[in-house]
Every structure is written in C-alpha cells, then in structure tokens.
Design a protein around this ligand. Structure first.
Ligand code: URA
Length: 460
C-alpha cells in the first residue's frame, strides 16, 4: 500500500505531483491511500510505502486539469482516489471525459457541479462586518461552506475587494487580505466573527427598498438562497415580513402609479410612456414597447403585451407572432402600414429560466395600470375600428372578460362611437400542433381580418 499525505484538503498541487509519479510507476488505484495531513489516516502512514519520488511528465487534457482542480475541493473523502483512477484511465482513453455515460466521469462531474454551486453561494452570501483594529478598519465575515472551497474562491474576493482589508473566517481555514498579501490561517469559530456593525441597518434598508414584491417567488428564492445561509446575512431577518406584505405592496405600487398622462400627440405619449413605472413590470423589462402607426389611422389593433423580441427591438409585433400576423394581414388585404398597432400592456412580462425569458400572461392589476396608456392612445387616435387580438386585449378595451368564440365576427359598440372587433391572438396559431387544425384556424383568422377590412370600407 502507498500512502500519499496531502498538505490540506484541497491540495491540488500535492495530488498532481503524487498522482503523476504513481501513474508513471504504474501503481494501481487500489494500492494508493490518499489522506490529508492532520486527518486520522496518518496512522496508516507508518506501515506504508511512500509514493515514488521522481515525478514523471505525463500529459493530460486541460479539461481534466480543470475538473481535478474543482473536484479536489469537494468534501467527499474518495475524491483523490477517484481522480487518480480517472488519470490512469486517461492514458488508455484520452477522450474519457467526453463519455458522459461513464459512471466515473458522471460521478466526477457531479462533484464538480456541487463545488461550483458552493463557490457561487459563498460569493453571493458572504457578508462582511466592519471592525476597528489598531491599524484601521477591517471587514470580517463568517461563512460555513459545504466543501473545501476557501482557497479556490479567495481570488474572487481579492479582485472584488482589493482595496479593503478583509478576513473570511470559516471552520476549516480563514482567508486574510491586507491589501497586498493573501494569507490562509487555521479555522476559526463563529464567535471570532463580529455579530453586527454600524452599516448593517443601512444594508437592511437598502435590501428592503430594492425588494420587489411583484417579482416574489418564494420557492425560487429559497432554492437560490437556502435557509442555512440566512443566519449570517443581516437582511434575511426582514424576509418573512417582506413576503407577508408582498401582495398588499404590489397593489399599492399600482395604485400609487403616476397620474394619467396628458400629451398633445402620440409621439409625446410614447415619450412619456418610456419612463412609466405604474406597475412593477417596468423593472425587469428592457424598455416600454409603445404603439406605432399613422396618427390618423382609422384602424387600431391591440395585442396582449410585447414578447421577447419586441422587448429587445422596442416595437410591437416583430417576433414570431408578429410574422404570423403580417402574413394573415397580407392574405386579408390589410396593409399593416395603414393601421396603428399597440398592446394592452406595454412591458414584457416574463419569468427568467436559465438564459431564456418565458412569457407570462399579464394579470388584471397590470392590465389596469397600463390601461391609461391604451385609453390615451385611443383618445389621440380616435380610430373608427378597434381590433382586439385575443382575450387580454378584449379585456383591456372593454374592462371585462369576454369569450372570443361568442364575440368573434360581430361589432361591439364602444362609448366613444367606435366599434370593437374581437378575434384570436396570432400566437395561438403558433401553438396548434395539428397542421390541418392550424390551417383551418389560420383561414378563420384571415377571414376575420377580411371582414374587418370590409367593415372599415363601409364606415369610411
Ligand atoms: N404578442 C403581442 O401581443 N404583442 C406583441 O407585440 C408581440 C407578441
């Protein structure tokens, strides 16, 4: 049996030197015991043969080195042995890591992911408290990682807080930065760290004021910020109260929205709407997507809300639903350029999922909050005919819910003398899977648009 004693639990350099020498001497994995100095495994060392002395050159893919640098930080005692096994196999199978179905590769990947998550949590949840020392201020944080990540993560804090003097205390090892040098010292206890400081109240106020109740998703929040981290984060004392008040605060934000807009033209309205904060949707969206079209258009189309592409482009109906809409308009003989096109809600409502933004249907408070803009657009434009594309648009214009199937194909008189026509939203056509059904619905939509064109002609 060979025993390798590493200097510390995440001693990648020590592991690499020993592993290279062992592999060059063809020592099988089951003949190597890996231990960390100070661990109980030291007992074995007396009876064991040391690893071969001369490290041999041994080339492995860079991806393996990256993987190993992460995996050595895991708290699994088997990590060094698993990596050594992988190293031996890499000599025969250089592309081993590409085989995701291989149980060893799979296990190493799982360890890597777990370390990456712990590193992320440390970056997100370390909270420094200021203490005054003889030679000035120092910022001290207490953190309890799941894995041996402090050394690997310290560089991040050096770069981020390079001009501060700081210490991150953890049970296993502490990282200390004095503005020039990074040191690691033995572990500490929570009582070595300060409990609070003068800026904590400010930090709590900041957190409470940036907490957006309308974006609250308790489950997602707990997943991202597990409760075990809360005890070292001053702002978390506020979380239960903020969650409890979220519903009422969202309503209040909408109620307290800006006064109804006064403008001389659609262009002025569009400019004013850019700064709209009447409901919380303005926060995550890229920009307000206002209506567009001739100021004297007799025909107004109202959609639901901008989608992902509209949000980025700042124009309504330019994404996939817009392209379907354009095709149907052309088929019905309606020139898009002669109509005014807008939406019931003028900010994109979505839920972030990884890199994607998933559309969410706007609800009554948002439709109501945005209703002032739709009313102002109607007042400026005075269209003869309004077309609601879908149920949200119909609700926004009428102030009540209607069933599309029952309302479709006939005019609904409006208070200002104009009339409303309700039809489907073009995105509905994109969701129908059966090609025949999709074709039939498309034809019906084109027929609705053609009927609207004829009606407009009759009203002229
Ligand atoms: N869907 C809408 O309702 N409006 C747009 O602008 C785009 C997609």
């Amino acid at each position: 049996m060979r025993v390798v004693t590493l200097d510390h639990p995440a001693d990648f350099d020590g592991w690499r030197t020993a592993a290279r020498a062992l592999a060059a001497a063809d020592v099988p994995a089951h003949e190597v015991t890996w231990q960390v100095a100070g661990d109980t495994g030291d007992l074995l060392a007396t009876a064991a043969e040391p690893p071969p002395a001369a490290p041999a050159r041994f080339s492995v893919p860079r991806t393996f080195v990256d993987l190993a640098e992460s995996v050595v930080c895991h708290s699994d005692p088997a990590r060094f042995g698993l990596l050594y096994r992988a190293l031996l196999r890499l000599r025969e199978t250089p592309r081993l890591l590409e085989d995701k179905a291989d149980p060893l590769v799979d296990r190493l990947e799982a360890l890597r992911r777990s370390v990456a998550r712990d590193i992320h949590k440390m970056r997100a949840f370390v909270r420094f408290r200021e203490v005054t020392e003889e030679d000035g201020a120092r910022f001290v944080a207490w953190f309890e990682p799941d894995h041996h990540i402090v050394r690997r993560n310290a560089g991040f804090f050096v770069r981020r807080f390079s001009t501060m003097r700081w210490s991150i205390l953890t049970p296993e090892v502490c990282a200390l930065w004095d503005g020039e040098t990074l040191d690691f010292t033995p572990g500490a206890t929570k009582t070595d760290a300060p409990d609070g400081d003068a800026v904590e109240a400010t930090w709590r106020t900041y957190y409470a004021s940036t907490f957006n109740p309308a974006r609250l998703k308790v489950k997602a929040m707990l997943k991202e910020m597990p409760k075990k981290y809360w005890r070292n984060m001053p702002e978390t004392a506020l979380v239960p109260a903020l969650i409890a008040a979220a519903g009422t605060r969202t309503e209040a934000m909408i109620e307290a929205g800006a006064p109804a807009p006064h403008a001389q033209s659609l262009a002025e309205l569009a400019a004013a709407a850019k700064a709209c904060t009447r409901c919380p949707l303005h926060g995550p969206a890229t920009q307000t997507v206002f209506g567009e079209g001739p100021a004297d258009a007799p025909l107004m189309f109202v959609g639901e809300q901008p989608g992902d592409q509209e949000d980025l482009a700042g124009r309504p109906f330019v994404g996939p639903a817009g392209q379907m809409f354009d095709k149907a308009l052309a088929a019905a003989g309606v020139a898009r350029a002669t109509a005014y096109i807008t939406n019931a809600v003028k900010h994109f409502k979505f839920e972030p999922r990884g890199k994607r933004r998933i559309h969410q249907t706007p609800q009554t408070p948002e439709i109501k909050a945005c209703g002032v803009w739709l009313a102002a657009e109607r007042a400026q434009l005075r269209p003869k005919l309004i077309v609601a594309l879908g149920a949200t648009a119909a609700r926004a214009v009428l102030g009540r819910a209607v069933t599309i199937g029952k309302t479709r194909g006939q005019p609904v008189p409006l208070d200002d003398g104009s009339e409303l026509w309700v039809t489907i939203h073009p995105s509905y056509l994109l969701r129908i899977e059966d090609p025949e059904a999709a074709r039939a619905e498309y034809d019906r939509f084109v027929a609705d648009l053609a009927q609207i064109r004829e009606r407009l002609g009759a009203l002229a």
